[in-house]
Design a protein around this ligand. Structure first.
Ligand code: SF4
Length: 103
């Protein structure tokens, strides 16, 4: 099992892909450092497992002190997979597209 050293990790392989190599200082304070990194990439599991994993991940994110930095990172980098700041990457990309259309 890979260890999620940060929301984006250190370039380690995980089921279904690789954690990116980007690293920012706030990532050292992410609560997800303490848990299985695959919890934050539920897209690769079945629908029921995905929902359960999402709920668990969001619970962890809700207690995380760097939640806004995490969300912002996914926003800036157009993250394709995973949970960032308590939201799916897909939700963040949709919000970004909505904002771009409005401006
Ligand atoms: S908000 Fe969630 S995914 Fe982001 S660093 Fe915190 S615990 Fe990790």
């Amino acid at each position: 099992m890979a260890v999620r050293g940060s929301p984006v990790g250190d370039g380690e392989p995980i089921e279904g892909g690789w954690l990116p190599m980007t690293h920012e200082p706030w990532m050292e304070r992410g609560r997800c450092r303490e848990v299985d990194p695959e919890l934050f990439y539920p897209e690769h599991k079945g629908a029921n497992a995905t929902h359960a994993a999402y709920k668990n991940a969001v619970k962890i994110c809700s207690l995380c002190e760097v939640r806004s930095q995490c969300y912002d990172f996914a926003w800036r980098n157009n993250e394709q997979f995973g949970i960032w700041g308590g939201h799916y990457a897909l939700q963040i990309r949709r919000a970004k597209r909505r904002k771009e259309r409005e401006s």
